[in-house]
Design a binder for this molecule. Structure first.
Ligand code: SF4
Ligand code: SF4
Length: 439
C-alpha cells in the first residue's frame, strides 16, 4: 500500500495545491533547501544506509500491519527524498501526497532517531517538508486555522483579552470557596514564578487553572500570571512550518515574562509547548539560551513535593501506568523525575508499558497531528493501535500523562480500543491528595 491508496480529502491541502505550478514548486523547494537547511539535510539524505533499523521504531508501521510505506526511511523517500532526486521539480498532486505524509503520518516524535545507527533525524526531514508546504501554502485547514488564530490574537483559541482576565478571575472566585485567601495575582512584578498555560485551558479546561492556583497557593509560591497577551505558550506555527510566526510567538511569551521581571517561567502540563519554548522557538528567535529560565511542571511538582512545600493527606490508589510525553522525556530527559513524582503520589506499583522512557511510543496526537482535525482523525487513531496494545497489556486502569496532546490522543485511543482506562494529569492527583492550608 502506498500514499496514493490512502489519500484523505482536506480543503486546506486541496485549495493549496490548486494554486501551484511545477515552476513555483521547484523555486520554493530550492529556496528552502538552499537557503535554510545547510549541511544537515544533505548529510541525513546521504548517510542513510537503507538498513531499516528505524522501521520497527515507528508506531505508524507497527499499527498498520507492518506496511513498509509507513517506515521512517520510506516516508523520507516519498517526500524530501523525491524532491532532492528531482531537483525540486514535482507535480502539485505529488505535493498533496507529500503534505499528507509530513503533516499526518509523522508525529515528529523522534523515536526512530534512537534506533538509527547513524543518527538520521527523520522528524527533522518531515518538519523540513512541512516548511516547504507552508511556503507553498499547502497546509491542512484545521491546524492552519489554529496557527492563524495564534498569529492574530497571540493565543491559538481566539480567547479575547477581557475573556482571559475574566476567566482567571472566575477561577479565583471559584477557588476561594475552598481556599478563602487564594489569589491569582495578575502582572505582579518580580514574582518568583510566572505561570503560563496553553490556550485550551481558559477555553475549555479551566479546572486545570483552578488546580494550578490551588497548588501554587498551598505551596506558598510567590507567583503571577500576565494580564496581557503572551500567556499562551503553545505553538501550532512550529508544526505548520511557519517558523517566522513561531519565533514571533515565542518572543512575545518571553517578553511578557521579562516585562514582569519574574525569576522563572513555570509551564503547565504540555509537551509540545515546552518543545517550542525551551528548544525550537527560542533558537529561531536568535537566543542561544532562553532569556528567562523555564521549567516544565513535572520539574516544578518534583521540587514542591521533595522540598515538602506540598504535603499529602492521602495517596492516589494504584497501580497506575504512565505516558512518557515525547517532548519532555525523549526531548528533555524528565523520565526519572516523572517517576519520582508518581512514586510520591501513588500508593501502588507503576506498571510500565513495554516501550517506555525515551523509547516510549507516541500517543499519535503529537507533532500537530491531532490539530489537523476531523479529516485525519480515524487515520490518527488507527496509528495508535500499537500503543493501545501496550496499554491494555499493563492491566491497570489509570494512565498518568503530563501533557495535553497525550490526553487528547489517549482519550480517543481509550475510547476506540475500549481500554476502560482513565487518564490523569499530575495536577489532578496533587490537587486531590494534597494537604489543604489551615484557614
Ligand atoms: S518521528 Fe516518530 S512518527 Fe515520525 S517517522 Fe519517526 S517514529 Fe515515526
Ligand atoms: S535506521 Fe537510519 S540509516 Fe537505517 S534506514 Fe533508517 S534512517 Fe536510514
Amino acid at each position: 500500500m502506498g500514499i496514493q491508496d490512502r489519500l484523505i480529502e482536506d480543503v486546506g491541502l486541496r485549495e493549496g495545491v490548486s494554486r501551484l505550478t511545477e515552476d513555483k514548486i521547484q523555486k520554493t523547494v530550492n529556496a528552502v533547501i538552499q537557503g535554510e537547511t545547510g549541511a544537515r539535510l544533505k548529510a541525513y539524505a546521504e548517510i542513510c544506509l537503507r538498513c531499516g533499523m528505524c522501521t520497527e521504531a515507528c508506531h505508524f508501521y507497527l499499527s498498520h500491519d507492518q506496511d513498509p510505506s509507513y517506515a521512517p526511511a520510506a516516508k523520507v523517500k516519498q517526500t524530501i527524498g523525491t524532491l532532492l532526486a528531482n531537483s525540486g521539480r514535482v507535480s502539485p498532486d505529488q505535493i498533496y501526497n507529500m503534505a499528507q505524509i509530513a503533516y499526518s503520518e509523522c508525529n515528529l516524535c523522534r523515536r526512530c532517531v534512537h534506533f538509527c545507527p547513524v543518527g538520521v533525524d527523520t522528524a527533522y526531514m518531515m518538519i523540513t517538508m512541512r516548511r516547504i508546504c507552508h511556503k507553498l501554502g499547502v497546509t491542512p485547514q484545521y491546524i492552519q486555522d489554529t496557527a492563524h488564530s495564534h498569529s492574530a490574537t497571540f493565543n491559538q483559541m481566539w480567547v479575547k483579552d477581557d475573556e482571559w482576565t475574566d476567566t482567571l478571575q472566575w477561577q479565583e472566585d471559584e477557588a476561594r470557596d475552598e481556599f478563602p485567601d487564594l489569589r491569582i495575582p495578575l502582572d505582579k512584578e518580580g514574582a518568583d514564578v510566572y505561570y503560563s498555560v496553553i490556550a485550551p485551558e481558559p477555553k475549555f479546561r479551566t479546572q486545570l487553572i483552578y488546580q494550578a492556583a490551588a497548588i501554587l497557593h498551598t505551596a506558598k509560591i510567590d507567583w503571577t500570571m500576565p494580564a496581557e497577551p503572551g500567556w499562551d505558550n503553545s505553538d501550532m506555527c512550529m508544526f505548520t512550518g511557519d517558523f517566522e510566526m513561531m519565533g514571533r510567538l515565542k518572543r512575545k511569551h518571553f517578553e511578557s515574562a521579562q516585562k514582569l521581571k519574574v525569576k522563572r517561567i513555570v509551564m503547565g502540563e504540555c509537551g509540545h509547548a515546552f518543545r517550542s519554548v525551551y528548544d525550537v522557538g527560542n533558537r529561531w528567535a536568535g537566543w542561544k539560551h532562553y532569556p528567562v529560565p523555564v521549567v516544565h511542571s513535572v520539574e516544578f511538582f518534583w521540587e514542591l513535593l521533595t522540598q515538602g512545600k506540598i504535603k499529602l493527606v492521602s495517596k492516589y490508589p494504584g497501580p497506575v501506568t504512565l505516558q512518557d510525553p515525547c517532548n519532555i522525556v525523549r526531548g528533555r530527559g524528565l523520565g526519572d523525575k516523572l517517576r519520582e513524582v508518581i512514586r510520591i503520589l501513588v500508593d501502588g506499583e507503576i506498571v510500565e508499558t513495554a516501550s517506555n522512557r525515551e523509547h516510549n511510543l507516541c500517543c499519535s496526537a503529537g507533532g500537530g497531528v491531532i490539530n489537523c482535525g476531523p479529516p485525519f482523525k480515524n487515520a490518527r487513531v488507527a496509528a495508535c493501535k500499537a500503543k493501545a496494545d501496550q496499554l491494555r497489556a499493563t492491566g491497570v486502569k489509570t494512565i498518568i500523562a503530563p501533557c495535553h496532546n497525550c490526553h487528547g490522543g489517549l482519550d480517543d485511543t481509550v475510547h476506540k480500543y475500549e481500554l476502560g482506562m482513565e487518564i490523569k494529569f499530575l495536577g489532578d492527583i496533587i490537587y486531590q491528595c494534597m494537604e489543604r492550608p489551615e484557614t
